[in-house]
Design a protein around this ligand. Structure first.
Ligand SMILES: Cc1cc2nc3c(=O)[nH]c(=O)nc-3n(C[C@H](O)[C@H](O)[C@H](O)COP(=O)(O)OP(=O)(O)OC[C@H]3O[C@@H](n4cnc5c(N)ncnc54)[C@H](O)[C@@H]3O)c2cc1C
Length: 396
């Protein structure tokens, strides 16, 4: 049996776990990052890649802005840029009601110091002449960015490893027990880990860990469908989103257009499957043609989704356990965890080593689930099903 003794054991080698390991190792902690599959293969590696600051939950701005500063410094921090680009993000409204909502989002962003351009149809035609008709107003944030999710988490884990982190892949944590002042972790490969602190960064699987300590949250697995088209001459620089969520798109310099759209579909964390029903491809391409008619005839060459953990109020759990000193939770990122990932890792390292973080995280306490939590308005609009995903039929 292999045995590791560390200061901090992190369960889950997604973006959150990898950044937490990195920041702890920078402060000379002995860290084990344990991943049931391979690092960055789940939500963190399958997402759309948006690092959007506009339109976030108001209480998340301090964390988001702190995280964006880390993204802006990614090459210095980990030695790789991971296709991070400050592409800007353009939010589109197609009627007056949507426009009011967009302006309300912008007011919140501006109150946190984000520079927002308010654009009308004539500005849009001048700057992005390929946009379709019908947009009544838009907001643009130049600081919003994108990066390549397939590259980022493995790169952060490599940087953490170079700082001394023990990365254990293909190893599922099956049991975590409190032993005196410390924790004893058991796994399905026989690896045993003794740790002073534990971080539960197990994504859509995190409640199974929390429940071992008498805590829970109404987490459910789902994911937005994603599509990528054949390459097209490079034309579209900003990341673009309609405020009703029917189109989220960006073009990468290689020419392919990456496309996503609500509503999200249920995913299956047991079978490890996030199916995209074929009708969603047609719906997404129709919606895309409205926003960018120039792309109406391009071919979709790949379809996928991912297994993301959602909570009914559409904000994550980040912070200490209420039942167990030394245990920290960070899960349920509700489709927004890529942008805040570096910031969450930094804050967790501060909570563990300094006993507190300067970033306000009160809204994200697991304690809010002591009583029933109101479903966010988005919850009903953005999911077409919270039922278990359809099982994969085996061909006869
Ligand atoms: C299709 C899609 C598009 C998205 N688009 C965006 C976007 O554009 N912008 C944005 O900000 N966010 C986006 N997100 C959300 C973002 O990807 C996630 O919030 C973020 O990656 C969560 O990171 P994580 O580390 O918590 O989870 P994960 O990446 O899921 O990592 C958790 C890890 O824990 C491991 N694990 C679980 N249980 C155990 C165990 N018992 N033992 C060991 N390991 C375990 C899992 O295998 C997994 O690798 C999107 C998500 C999806 C699915």
């Amino acid at each position: 049996m292999t045995r590791h003794a560390v200061d901090v054991a992190i369960i889950g080698g997604g973006l959150i776990g990898a950044w937490t390991a990195y920041f702890l190792a920078k402060r000379n902690q002995r860290v084990a990052l344990i991943e049931k599959g391979v690092v960055g293969a789940q939500s963190s590696g399958t997402n759309f890649g948006n690092l959007r600051l506009q339109g976030r939950f108001p209480g998340q701005y301090p964390l988001s802005l702190r995280s964006q500063a880390l993204w802006e410094d990614i090459a210095t921090l980990i030695g790789e840029r991971c296709e991070f680009e400050q592409t800007g993000h353009l939010y589109l409204a197609f009627d007056e009601k949507e426009h009011e909502k967009l302006e309300a989002y912008a007011a919140v962003s501006e109150s946190h110091g984000l520079a927002i351009e308010h654009l009308g149809p004539a500005d849009l035609r001048r700057r992005w002449p390929w946009l379709g008709d019908g947009v009544v107003g838009a907001t643009y944030s130049a600081r919003d960015a994108t990066a390549n999710p397939r590259l980022v988490t493995p790169a952060v884990a490599r940087a953490a490893k170079a700082l001394g982190v023990t990365v254990v892949e293909n190893c599922r944590v099956t049991e975590v027990a409190r032993t005196g002042d410390a924790f004893a972790l058991r796994t399905d490969t026989g690896v045993a880990i003794d740790a002073g602190h534990v971080v539960n960064a197990a994504g859509a699987w995190a409640v199974a860990i929390a429940e071992q300590f008498g805590e829970s949250a109404p987490l459910f697995p789902a994911g937005p469908p994603q599509f990528v088209t054949e390459p097209f001459p490079y034309l579209i620089e900003p990341s673009i989103q309609t405020i009703d969520g029917s189109v989220i798109m960006r073009q990468i310099p290689r020419g392919n257009v990456i496309l996503a759209g609500y509503p999200r579909s249920a995913a299956d964390p047991v079978a490890n499957r996030a199916p995209v029903p074929p009708v969603k491809t047609l719906a997404a391409m129709r919606a895309l043609a409205k926003v960018a008619p120039v792309l109406a005839s391009c071919h979709v060459i790949r379809v996928w989704s991912g297994i993301e953990g959602y909570l009914p109020d559409m904000i994550p759990v980040i912070g200490p356990s209420r039942t167990t000193p030394g245990l920290f939770h960070a899960f349920g990122f509700c489709g927004h965890g890529f942008q805040i990932g570096p910031g969450v890792g930094l804050c967790l390292s501060e909570m563990i080593l300094d006993g507190a973080t300067p970033t306000p995280l009160e809204p994200f306490s697991i304690a809010r689930f002591d009583k029933p939590v109101e479903a966010d308005e988005k919850f009903r609009r953005e999911f077409d099903s919270v039922q278990p995903a359809a099982p994969l039929q085996q061909p006869r």
